[in-house]
Design a protein around this ligand. Sequence first.
Ligand code: 8YV
Length: 419
Amino acid sequence: MPLESGARWRASLAQGADRFDGALRLWRHLPLSLGLMIELHDHAKIITVVAGIGGMARAAHNDLQPVQVIRNTTLRQVDGRTTGGRSHHLKPHVFVAMPLAGRYLDQLREHCDVEVFSATQPISPEELAAAIGDADGVLGSAQLLFPTEILDRAPRLRVICNVGVGYDNVDLGELSRRGIALANTPGVLSDAVADLVLGLMIAVARHLRECETIVREGRWGEPGLRIPLGSDLRGKTLSIVGMGRIGREVAARAAAFKMRVLCFDTRPDLVPPPFAERAATLDDALRAGDFISLHVDLNPASRHLIGPREFGLMKASAFLINAARGAVVDQRALYDVLAAQRIAGAGLDVLESEPPTTGDLLLQLDNVFIVPHIGSATVETRAAMVELAIENLVACVTGQPCVNIVNAEAAVATKEVSP
Ligand code: 8YV
C-alpha cells in the first residue's frame, strides 16, 4: 500500500485518537481563534503540542468536548488506500491527486496543508470524492475529471490546477458558476509536444513500425525482403489546424524540414509566422495538406471536427497527425478511411478512449502509429509542468495573482483566503 510519509505519522496520531476516543476532547473552553497546534515530527516520535492562550489555563480533565484541531487530524482511507490527513486549518488545504516527488511536496508544504494521493494508478472518482471535501485547491493531471457530483463534495474548493495545458477535464462554465478557477501549464510543454509531432510524421511517413519489426523478427537481410518505401517531408505541405503555442512550434520545425506550412485558425487576429501561409478555411487546409496536424483544444465546437466529410476532402496520400485530443477526430470514421486506404496513414498520440480497449479496431491496422499520450512526457518538461502547476496552486490558495487562470471570471485572487 503506498503511504505518503506524512500520512504515516498522521496515521499513528489518528489511531491514538481513535483509541482514546473522547479522551482527546479535553479543551471544551479552548477558544479556537487563539488555538495553535504545532506538530513536530522526529522520525518515529510524534510530539503534538497544543497551545491555546487562555484556553490552556482552563483545560479541564473531565470536560470532554471536541476540539477542532484534533478532530481534523484524521486518517483518510480512500477505497482502501491511505492518502494522508489534515492536521489543522492554519494553512490552506490542498489535495494532490497524483504522486509527486518529495521535493515538490516540501515546496507545497511551505504554504499549504498537503494531502497527497500516492498510488501509482490514477485516482478513481470515488477516491477523489472522498478526499476533496476539505480542499481549497486540487492539483492533478489534465485527465482528472470533475463532474458536478464531485464538485458538490468540495464546498471549499477555489482552484483546480491541471498539470497540463488542456482543460477539457472540467466544465469551465460550471466551475465559474461555483467560483472555482482552473489553472493550467501553457508554454512549458510546447517544444516537447511539437518534437513528438515531427516524430509521428516521420514514423508514419517512413513506416518505422514495420521497419523496426523486420529487424526484431530477424528478417533484415532475408532474401526477397521488401523494405517499405516511405515519403519525403521535404517539399510537402503541412496543414496545421490550430495555431496556438504548440501549432507554432510545429510550424517552425516543419519549416526546418523544408516543408510548406499552411495554417488554419478560427481566430481572425492570428498572424501566421513569416514562413507560413494562412488557409482561408478549414476545408482549404484539409484539401491541401500532405500532412495534417491538429492543434486545437477540445470543446463542444471542436468535438469530431474531423469526421467523414472532412476525411472526404483529404488527399489519398495524406497523413493525419493528432497530438491534441482524441475526440477532435471521429475515431470510427478514421478507422473506416484508414482501413479502406482512403488516406495514407495516421500518427496518433491521443485516442477518443484512453487507454484503448484490446479490441479497438484501430490497433489492427498497419497504417496507423499510436503512442500512449506522451506528448509532454519528458523528464524536463514534466518537471517544468509540475513546477508551474505548484506555482499556480500556491498563488491561488494564498490569494496571490495567478497568470495561468483560464476562467478569469472565477476571480480566485479576490476570494477570501481560508482561515
Ligand atoms: C498530459 C496533456 O497528458 O497538457 C496536456 O493537456 O494532455 C498532457 O500534457 C497530462 O496532462 C500530464 O499530466
